[in-house]
Design a protein around this ligand. Structure first.
Ligand code: TYD
Ligand code: MG
Length: 468
């Protein structure tokens, strides 16, 4: 094998150096050098057939057979929906999240579900197969035949620790664990055993001997992901990567991996709440606005099938509490927003939002001051979305405004009120998409006083309809 050379490249200006430099001599950037493997000229993309012109290869799309993605069920409806209908065979999925949020737990459960399903598939009389996509009518071996097992690659924990977790989740369950951090050895194992699914926990512990930098550095993480991506595509094996979010909120180096992988999922949640929200930030095979909701229990994560009901279980009708109807992907979701408005003791009043964007909050407070004439300048305003959810769509605006007005005036909303609407800078209510779907969910849960663009044109009208 020819010797592989690595070089350090400045990520700002592309300056090459044979050693690590703290400061780039060309553009003066600090800490911008990343170790990269230097490729020889004339290397082609592996596994791609086509005409060769110079070094590049051109592929005629009409020659490529049309095939649907084969998808594999995760055994969790919530997880499948976020992925767009299951795991696409040959895809590389990154699951990111803060340490301790439950990534390993969720992926261990996924591994156990899939192993269990494949066991059932081997027994033809089984009635409980969840995945109808597994059969293949084209004559090629079906997934169930080629399916062997799930391989859990543990770079962080020992096999004993994983066994303890598995015992906690599902005693006596079967799972194959590989304690390895060398990515090339892992690729070899994947190539020789062709497992049905591979889970790499975590990508920050993986390394290739061809780079000098330590595991977890931008160069290593990027190169290892590239190699696993190639293995996934070549062997048609789906691979899940666990990625810890670092202090800056970036994945090992500034979102180094997001452009390499096919799907980016993030597992989020409040440390004080047991709810965990699985969100997709990028999905080459499905939507990106779906969320899956789980609850962390003693025996792993449990799917929350009826989140609206659960989120509103503890709601009491008090000043500052409102309910809004959001839409996550195709599913309507009712959540409670709470606000607390109190006179400030500081020279500058505070506006703090948890689960709402702070800039949006500032803007809505300004609209309330101007359009409703509320003297909020000397008031501290705290807004919280219960259940650890984040509101990213503007349909929650009206709810945020009414929660603030209700707390400021110390008057509760009328019983069974639901608020749906975007608020414009002029204080007008703006249309939201799929209003009927949201209203339908609200009615199902007993909300009769619906306030939206249908019956209120602006904030003033909405306030008079909502407050007691
Ligand atoms: P873990 O999956 O190890 O987190 P990550 O891989 O994201 O770092 O989960 C860590 C937490 O989850 C830990 O505090 C223990 C808790 N936990 C449960 O509450 N129930 C369980 O069944 C398991 C396995 C863990
Ligand atoms: Mg872990």
């Amino acid at each position: 094998m020819p010797k592989v050379h690595s070089v350090y490249i400045c990520q700002q200006c592309g300056y090459h150096s044979s050693t690590y430099l703290g400061k780039c001599p060309q553009c003066d950037s600090w800490n911008s050098f990343v170790e990269t493997i230097e490729k020889g000229k004339g290397e082609s993309l592996p596994g791609v057939k086509g005409k060769v012109i110079g070094e590049a290869e051109i592929i005629d799309l009409s020659k490529i057979e049309k095939t649907d993605y084969k998808r594999l069920s995760t055994g969790f409806e919530e997880f499948d929906r976020v992925l767009g209908g299951g795991i696409v065979v040959g895809s590389l999925v990154l699951v990111s999240g803060d340490p301790g949020i439950g990534k390993s737990t969720l992926l261990t459960q996924l591994a156990l579900n899939i192993s269990e399903n494949s066991e059932k598939l081997r027994k033809p009389d089984s009635q409980r197969i969840r995945n109808s996509d597994l059969s293949d009518s084209t004559g090629t071996p079906s997934l169930s035949e080629s399916f062997r097992s799930v391989l859990y690659i543990a770079g962080e924990e020992s096999a004993t620790q994983i066994k303890l977790r598995v015992d906690r989740i599902r005693p006596d369950a079967q799972m194959m664990v590989l304690n390895e951090t060398d990515v090339d050895a892992i690729v070899e194992v994947i190539t020789s055993t062709k497992p049905g699914l591979v889970i790499v926990d975590s990508i920050q512990t993986m390394e290739t001997q061809e780079l000098e930098s330590v595991a977890g550095s931008v160069g290593q993480v990027r190169e290892c992901t590239h190699r696993l991506q190639k293995a996934a595509k070549k062997m048609h094996v789906p691979i899940f990567l666990v990625g810890h979010v670092t202090k800056e909120g970036n994945l090992a180096g500034p979102k180094t991996l997001e452009h390499i992988v096919d799907v980016v999922l993030s597992l989020e949640g409040d440390s004080s709440s047991l709810f965990r929200i699985l969100r997709s930030a990028k999905n080459r095979f499905g939507p990106t606005d779906e969320v899956g909701i789980f609850e962390m229990e003693d025996k792993g994560m449990i799917e929350v099938k009826n989140p609206s009901k659960l989120f509103l279980e503890q709601k009491v009708n008090a000043p500052g509490s409102v309910v809004v109807a959001l839409l996550t992907g195709v599913r309507p979701l009712l959540v409670e927003i709470q606000a607390l408005v109190t006179k400030t003791s500081l020279p500058i009043s505070r506006r703090t939002g948890s689960g709402v964007d702070n800039n949006r909050l500032q803007l809505l407070v300004a609209v309330l001051q101007k359009r409703l004439g509320l003297p909020l300048y000397d008031q501290d305003i705290f807004v919280n979305v219960t259940g650890g959810l984040k509101i990213i769509e503007p349909a929650g605006d009206l709810g945020i405004c009414l929660a603030i007005v209700s707390s400021f005036k110390d008057v509760s909303l009328k019983e069974k009120t639901i608020l749906i609407g975007e608020v414009g800078l002029l204080g007008e209510l703006r249309m939201v998409r799929q209003l009927e779907k949201r209203v339908g969910e609200a009615k199902k849960l007993g909300f009769s006083n619906v306030i939206s663009t249908e019956n209120a044109k602006n904030l003033v009208a909405a306030v008079s309809l909502a407050l007691k």
